[in-house]
Design a protein around this ligand. Structure first.
Ligand SMILES: C[S@@+](CC[C@H](N)C(=O)[O-])C[C@H]1O[C@@H](n2cnc3c(N)ncnc32)[C@H](O)[C@@H]1O
Length: 365
């Protein structure tokens, strides 16, 4: 990907439903985890399985800084202060800016991280950082288009707490023609390239067109789970998490407490500026028993795409699990030495509330 793509804060809330991986980890109970950091929200909730070590890597400095900020907040704050600091519902209603400023002064951060976020918060008037990433800002703009075109259906879609009623609404009342128009206009490579990826958006190899891919994903979001429980659908229809139903796993009190317990029990967190392949090579012999690669391999091509699983193999313990979230591109990768175990986690995958990724799970022989 282009250097330009990595120079700003690209993600601040995150665009994955990390609950899926937390649920997988609570079954697997791994001890040594390698994970792509993203903005930290896809990495730190994994502590809930109380691993010995969580290694968070990323190539983008701002993503590592915000991961460190999340880690410091998790260590320092109680649940209410954590929710207030990040501005998750219901702590998004009143003006918590002064309180957020006070909380920030309590955090134990490296100088660079402290300076970066002191300046960032000052720029945004100590409002929440949750929607400051470029990706989140794009969805905020897109949601305005969605609301304009869909009208009251944008709010209606988020009001169901029974799946059969939601499906009935989707099949009979939801304005599907308008929705298709939105997907056709916004869900394509040119838009994402222009807005975020600077020409480096994924080179799709799945057979579906972009339009079909997104249409099928949204169809699943409407028919296989509650729209209201999907932070991603809140972003699509409201531009932000509109209420507590849409909060992500890091804002879940049980997950928060489990992660705090893990830290108190000695779980080690390493935040490391590394690309996936260099990290894999340097971690040879590390006996990792879980690797969470996000959709990073979908951006690979050529030799890198073919061999990243082989590069990772010496770092993995026998029986160790690798989770890929393929997005528009299924990597053409050599998986020898691994067995695919995706069907073992079909419930977790079906319950995932973003549905844009084709999750594939492998286990080292
Ligand atoms: C592809 S993005 C998607 C964002 C992510 N889904 C989230 O919710 O935060 C995942 C992260 O991978 C990082 N990344 C991209 N290529 C990488 C590589 N080769 N090695 C390590 N990290 C990489 C990006 O900087 C970004 O923070």
């Amino acid at each position: 990907m282009a250097a330009e793509y990595f120079s700003d804060l690209n993600y601040s809330l995150g665009n994955e439903d990390t609950k899926m991986e937390v649920d997988i980890l609570l079954k697997l109970k791994p001890s040594r985890i390698l994970t792509i950091a993203g903005c930290g929200s896809r990495a730190l909730p994994l502590l809930a399985c109380k691993p010995e070590k969580l290694i968070c890597i990323d190539v983008a400095k701002p993503q590592l800084l915000i991961t460190e900020l999340r880690y410091a907040a998790l260590k320092e704050f109680n649940y209410q202060d954590f929710m207030t600091f990040w501005g998750f519902a219901p702590y998004d209603k009143t003006d918590f800016c002064d309180r957020r400023k006070d909380l920030f002064t309590r955090l134990d951060l490296q100088d660079e991280t402290k300076e970066y976020f002191a300046a960032y918060f000052a720029k945004v008037g100590w409002k929440t950082l949750l929607y400051e990433g470029k990706w989140e800002k794009i969805f905020s703009v897109m949601s305005k288009v969605v609301r304009l075109v869909l009208g009251k259906a944008a709010d209606e879609s988020l009001r169901f707490d029974k799946l059969d009623q939601q499906i009935h609404y989707y099949n009979n009342k939801f304005p599907k023609a308008k929705w298709k128009l939105i997907l056709f206009l916004l869900g394509n490579k040119s838009v994402f390239n222009a807005l975020l990826y600077k020409g480096d958006f994924i080179k799709k190899n799945v057979p579906e067109t972009h339009f079909e891919y997104y249409q099928e994903a949204y169809q699943r979001l409407f028919t296989e789970g509650l729209v209201n429980k999907s932070f991603f659908m809140h972003l699509c229809f409201q531009g932000k998490i509109a209420n507590e139903n849409g909060n992500t796993i890091e804002a879940d009190e049980e997950n928060f407490n489990s992660c705090k317990e893990a830290l108190a029990a000695g779980s080690e967190v390493k935040i490391w500026e590394k690309d996936l392949v260099s990290a894999s090579t340097e971690l040879a012999g590390e006996e990792l028993d879980y690797a969470s690669l996000s959709d990073v391999p979908s951006y690979f091509s050529g030799e890198l795409e073919k061999n990243f699983m082989q590069k990772l193999l010496p770092a993995m313990k026998s029986g160790g699990v690798v989770v890929l979230r393929n997005y528009l591109r299924e990597p053409e990768v050599d998986t020898s030495g691994y067995e695919e175990i995706t069907p073992r986690f079909s419930d977790e995958i079906r319950n995932e509330r973003v549905q844009m990724y084709k999750v594939r799970i492998f286990q080292k022989n």
